[in-house]
Design a protein. Structure first.
Lengths: 113, 115
C-alpha cells in the first residue's frame, strides 16, 4: 500500500491563480481530512469528508473547496489564491468507527506570492 | 469547543535525559487524546492515543503518556532521550466524541537533543 499520497510536493502560485491539491489513499478509508500547518499554529482543519459524496467544513474553510466523488480521492481547490494561503497542507484519512487513528500524507508546501 | 495547550514551543534535553512534553486540554465531552510526531519535511506519525480504560498509555519508540482527568493533562514522557527523538511533537484531541470530524491540535513542541 502507498498509504496517503499528495501531489504536488511543492508549488508557487501568484495571487489570484487557482490550483488543485491532490490527495489519494489506497486503504479504503471512509474518512478523509485536509489540514493546514503554519509556524507556531499547529495544524488546523480545513474540510473533511465522512464518505463518498459528503463534505463538511472544518475550522478554517474560507477560500477552499473540496469534493469527494470517489472513496480514494479528496482534492482541495483554491479558486483564487491569496498570500494568506501560503502554508503546508496535509491530507489524512482513517477508517470509519470511533477512535481510529488518522494516517497522514507527506504534505504539499504552497507559496502564494 | 475543544482546545489543546502545549507548554513550551521548544524543549531542549541532553541525550539520555528524561523527556517531558506537556499537554493540557479542554473538552466538553470525554476526550480522546493523541500524540503525533513530525520529523523534518515529513507528515505526522501517531505515537500513542488514549481512548478509554487504562490511563497510562504506552506508544512507539519508548514514549508513554498519562491521562489525568483531574488535571486535564496528557503529558508525554520518555525515560531516556535519543538523538533520533529530535522532532516536532503535537498533542491533539478529537473534536467530538467519535472523532469523525477531525482533530484539534496544539501548536506543537520542538524537541531539541543535545549530545
Amino acid at each position: 500500500n502507498a498509504g496517503v499520497t499528495q501531489t504536488p510536493k511543492f508549488r508557487v502560485l501568484k495571487t489570484g491563480q487557482s490550483m488543485t491539491l491532490l490527495c489519494a489513499q489506497d486503504m479504503n478509508h471512509e474518512y478523509m481530512y485536509w489540514y493546514r500547518q503554519d509556524p507556531g499554529m499547529g495544524l488546523r482543519l480545513i474540510h473533511y469528508s465522512v464518505g463518498e459524496g459528503t463534505t463538511a467544513k472544518g475550522e478554517v474553510p474560507d477560500g477552499y473547496n473540496v469534493s469527494r466523488s470517489t472513496t480514494e480521492d479528496f482534492p482541495l481547490r483554491l479558486l483564487s489564491a491569496a498570500p494568506s494561503q501560503t502554508s503546508v497542507y496535509f491530507c489524512a484519512s482513517r477508517p470509519s468507527g470511533e477512535l481510529n487513528e488518522q494516517f497522514f500524507g507527506p504534505g504539499t508546501r504552497l507559496t502564494v506570492l | 469547543a475543544q482546545s489543546v495547550t502545549q507548554l513550551g514551543s521548544h524543549v531542549s534535553v541532553s541525550e539520555g535525559a528524561l523527556v517531558l512534553l506537556r499537554c493540557n486540554y479542554s473538552s466538553s465531552v470525554p476526550p480522546y487524546l493523541f500524540w503525533y510526531v513530525q520529523y523534518p519535511n515529513q507528515g505526522l506519525q501517531l505515537l500513542l492515543k488514549y481512548t478509554t480504560g487504562a490511563t497510562l498509555v504506552k506508544g512507539i519508540n519508548g514514549f508513554e503518556a498519562e491521562f489525568k482527568k483531574s488535571e486535564t493533562s496528557f503529558h508525554l514522557t520518555k525515560p531516556s532521550a535519543h538523538m533520533s527523538d529530535a522532532a516536532e511533537y503535537f498533542c491533539a484531541v478529537s473534536r467530538t466524541g467519535g472523532g469523525a470530524d477531525g482533530l484539534t491540535f496544539g501548536k506543537g513542541t520542538h524537541l531539541i537533543l543535545q549530545p
